[in-house]
Design a protein around this ligand. Structure first.
Ligand SMILES: [Zn+2]
Length: 297
């Protein structure tokens, strides 16, 4: 008599075919769920990036309230704990306004340009200096020091247009059109700005996903800037065409926070920078000919 294999196996056990089917179903389910999980993870990072940027906008506006409406400098020369004066960044200047939390200057999606990891080997490589093994470089942030400017961060301060659009002969009379300028003198010629100079706060970018990662000034991985020397006041500023990887960090776009405190994810090409409207400038029409100038920039 032919043996019945189904009867021969233990009650409740699976056949090989049944097991293979179960494994195949699990593999299909995993393949279906993994992209959804990855997307959910990225959505979480996007939310965290947006939250960090909103904190930065609030910090800058609170700084202005404390300083007679003057916004914080993009960078400045400040005295460090070692008693020396060092060129430093807005991160040190807003430090107390973000509760001394270095992670606020970072985007969770960014792995390389990270402020909270202190001076990393990547930062040192950009700066062309060696890390001294005797120093704890991982905690070098939040105060003026020789290397603070070299610490890349995932979120950059807006500095696309720092040469004035109007034609000034005297460099000391220059006033930049970026929201956070640099103090006049000391090698800086742009000047600072007051919140009252913003013509359209809802259309003025203050911070955004940073990490310019370009050959020109690649050391300054903490601000969003025009990377073509001499073209800093040009209309048509587009981070994508400049291969600025920070602008495509979140599904091809980037998070930006505006002076009214709202944050948006935008594609680089969707940000206006033309004679009618420039979201990088204090004056919405910064690229339009200045009154009396007669010549378009
Ligand atoms: Zn512009």
């Amino acid at each position: 008599m032919k043996a019945n294999r189904n009867l021969a196996r233990a009650p409740g056990a699976f056949t090989l075919t049944e097991l293979l089917i179960v494994i195949a179903i699990l593999a299909i389910l995993a393949a279906l769920l993994l992209p959804a999980l990855t997307q959910a993870k990225e959505r979480g990072k996007l939310t965290a990036c947006r939250s960090n940027q909103r904190q930065l906008a609030i910090a800058a506006l609170t700084y202005a309230i404390d300083n007679a409406e003057w916004l914080n400098p993009l960078q400045d020369v400040r005295v460090g704990p070692d008693g020396n004066s060092w060129e430093t960044t807005y991160r040190v200047i807003l430090w107390d306004y973000v509760g001394g939390n270095p992670a606020v200057f970072d985007c969770p999606t960014e792995r390389v340009a990270v402020y909270a990891d202190g001076i990393s080997t990547t930062d040192a490589a950009l700066g062309g200096f060696a890390l001294d093994p005797a120093v704890d470089w991982s905690r070098l942030y939040g105060y003026p020091s020789q290397y603070e400017v070299w610490n890349a961060s995932g979120i950059g301060v807006a500095g696309a247009h720092w040469i004035p659009v109007r034609d000034d002969v005297d460099p000391l009379a220059r006033v930049s059109t970026m929201p956070f300028g640099r103090p006049l003198g000391g090698g800086y010629y742009e000047g600072l700005h007051r919140t009252t100079e913003m013509t359209s706060p809802a259309k003025l970018i203050c911070f955004g996903d940073g990490g310019s990662g370009t050959a020109t000034w690649s050391d300054d991985n903490w601000w969003i800037k025009e990377v073509t020397p001499g073209a800093e006041d040009n209309a048509g500023f587009n981070r994508l065409t400049q291969d600025d990887y920070g602008c495509r960090r979140h599904a091809g776009g980037a998070v930006y926070v505006f002076a009214d405190g709202h944050a948006d994810r935008l594609a680089a090409a969707a940000i206006p920078c033309n004679p009618t409207e420039c979201w990088w400038s204090l004056r919405l029409n910064a690229h339009a000919p200045a009154a009396g100038a007669g010549v378009a920039p």
